[in-house]
Design a binder for this molecule. Structure first.
Ligand code: AGP
Length: 610
């Protein structure tokens, strides 16, 4: 998500850090900042918006010193403004952080009660307070950071300076990436390799639980038990462009493989496994509304609309509220019946899509409450909505949405569980099963991607010349079929249709012949037998059937040209797994054709025109 750089050496470092941050710009951010130690004092400079603003501020007010840390922030907790930008300075401590601190609410409460004056809305500032508190208690920086970490739950990569310890940076990592390295007489650190490449190619990726102390020409790494560990540096031979993509050929492929982590971040702090429930604090809706709401309208565009279709299914099934889903552009144009007993859920990765924004705003003007399910903090929909449930997928650079789709599904399922429990329509045991299933999901996503990548790449080569491709599914697999078709169209420019499998014989079956690949999304669920009949219909017309099935489905394997297996899971969770091979298929077809995968023709990442 955010970017970190750190430098301790003999050169004045503010410009070096700034250039390091520029090399992390591709990751997306909404504010940036630097803290530089001049040997006596720590100076902090921060700016909201584009990094050039920080550059201009730095030109006006150079920061002297040879030890410093820098950060580009992509907001997760709190608006993207200067106060929330990193580094956060508390007393003599300056700190930058990537990740999400799960127990930020309790920490804020505890620190406030202890008299801390907290300036920002961020979870990060709380960590700076914890470190400063320990240093006031007499600990040195390394010990103070270690003691503060013991109070944290969540994910972090941290880099910390202390006024009383010039020439030293302490870093720590758990869950979020952090690399350290030596560059001549400097020790350096960053969240991502590209920031370091002009300085050094000899780096070491810290493991979870590890900390390191960086000093001029010195790097000491400590294991989770606090003992020094001897870890060799590794030579990176990636080009700078490869490094930006973490070695992946395209951002889209990188983002597909980021899904386990992205989903983990969506779930972070929201599952109450002990109670088999979902923590509602962050949803921000009045629990009374859960009881009183009579109808839910989900509005969205494109991929987000497919996630919203699943949202409707979850809300009706688990919370027993009548729900409808509609393309935002159609909803706003048809003078819909909405009022004070309705809830409108606006689903949008960017939070800026004009049709979704206007549809939700118009519904709000008619008295409906609006919940945004959004990835970008403080985006237009988030600002307009009564409450926003963030997906926390991190910035998505590829125009074709992948990790934002699966995290939207997860967020909508969390919301439906929350609603169902408050309405008394979702039995505790069923909620607990879903919560456990969600907790297992990141590992299953990881495993599915690992196990299917090569198989799907081969399938893509085999079918790359197809003129038309059909995608079929029923129930929760129908939006997945639509999404599979949309992905293929967007990036490979192959004509593809997603259909409800039951609609086949009402028209699209006329398209099927031996030249048409037919992808059937058929996990073992309540629709399985009926989907298999539809699969037979396609087979009987010589369609080249590829099925996405639950592992071990030998019957399906015997009937199809190829099957791609995904792990068994609850019916509600299967879309998150079955869509993965379809994302990979679209990617590999496009790559085979040599299209511009990350920036397909005619498309924009954020659609702010009607
Ligand atoms: C997805 O791959 C597309 N690029 C597009 O359909 C997108 O989902 C749609 O424009 C909605 O965007 P939003 O989620 O930012 O509102």
């Amino acid at each position: 998500m955010c970017g970190i750089v750190g430098y301790v050496g003999s050169e004045p470092c503010a410009r070096l850090l700034y250039e390091g941050l520029q090399r992390l710009e591709y990751r997306g951010y909404d504010s940036a900042g630097l803290a530089v130690h001049d040997g006596t004092e720590i100076h902090v400079l921060r700016a909201a918006g584009k990094i050039e603003r920080l550059g201009r501020a730095l030109a006006e007010r150079p920061l002297p010193g040879t030890t410093g840390i820098g950060h580009t922030r992509w907001a997760t907790h709190g608006r993207p403004n200067e106060t929330n930008a990193h580094p956060h300075r508390v007393d003599g401590v300056a700190l930058v952080h990537n990740g999400i601190i799960e127990n930020h609410v309790e920490l804020r409460r505890r620190l406030t009660a202890a008299g801390a004056r907290i300036q920002s809305e961020t979870d990060t500032e709380l960590v700076a307070h914890l470190v400063a508190e320990r240093m006031r208690g007499g600990l040195d920086l390394l010990a103070a950071v270690r003691a503060a970490l013991a109070e944290l739950r969540g994910a972090y990569a941290l880099a910390v300076l202390a006024r009383g310890e010039p020439g030293r940076i302490v870093v720590a990592k758990s869950g979020s990436p952090l690399v350290v390295g030596l560059a001549g007489d400097a020790a350096v650190c960053a969240s991502d390799v590209p920031a370091l490449l002009p300085w050094t190619r000899d780096v070491l990726a810290l493991e979870d639980g590890e900390m390191a102390v960086l000093e001029r020409a010195s790097l000491r790494v400590y294991g989770p038990d606090g003992r020094a560990v001897d870890r060799p540096l590794r030579r990176i031979d990636w080009s700078p462009v490869m490094a930006e993509k973490a070695g992946f050929k395209h951002f889209m492929l990188k983002e597909i493989f980021e899904q386990p982590r992205a989903i983990e971040d969506t779930l972070r702090g929201r599952l109450d496994r002990a109670a088999g429930d979902v923590h509602g604090d962050e949803i921000g809706l009045d629990p009374a509304l859960a009881q009183s709401v009579e109808r839910v309208h989900l509005v969205a565009c494109g991929t987000s609309h497919h996630a919203a279709m699943l949202g409707r299914w979850y809300i009706e099934r688990l919370a027993r509220v009548a729900a409808n889903v509609e393309l935002a552009s159609e909803f706003r144009g048809r003078d819909p019946v909405v009022g004070p007993r309705d809830l409108v859920v606006a689903v949008s990765q960017s939070g800026e899509t004009i049709d979704t924004l206007v549809a939700a705003r118009e519904a709000r003007e008619r008295g409906a409450a609006v919940l945004g399910v959004v990835n970008v903090v403080d985006s237009a929909i988030a600002r307009m909505a009564d409450a926003t449930f963030y997906t926390h997928a991190g910035p998505e650079i590829g125009v074709a949405s992948t990790k934002c789709f699966t995290t939207q599904i997860v967020a909508l399922l969390l919301f439906a569980i929350w609603l169902g429990r408050r309405r008394g329509t979702l039995p505790a045991a069923r909620a607990a099963e879903l919560v456990e299933g969600l907790a297992r999901l990141p590992a299953q996503v990881h495993e599915t991607l690992r196990a299917t990548r090569q198989l799907v790449a081969n399938l893509a080569r085999r079918h790359a010349d197809a003129r038309d491709v059909l995608f079929l599914g029923r129930g929760p697999s129908y939006p997945v079929a639509l999404e599979g078709a949309l992905k293929l169209k967007e990036i490979s420019y192959v004509h593809a249709e997603g259909y409800a499998a039951g609609e086949m014989k009402h028209g699209p079956i006329a398209l099927v012949d031996a030249s048409v690949p037919v992808f059937v999304v058929a996990p073992r669920d309540a629709s399985y037998e009926r989907v298999m009949s539809n699969l037979e219909e396609a087979r009987a017309r010589d369609g080249r059937v590829v099925a996405i099935v639950t592992e071990g489905d030998e019957a399906a394997a015997r009937r199809c040209e190829a099957v791609v297996e995904v792990p068994a899971c609850a019916e509600e969770l299967s879309p998150v797994l079955t869509v993965l091979p379809l994302q990979l298929f679209a990617y590999f077809v496009a790559d085979h054709k040599g299209t511009d995968v990350d920036q397909p023709r005619n498309l924009a990442k954020t659609v702010t025109v009607e």
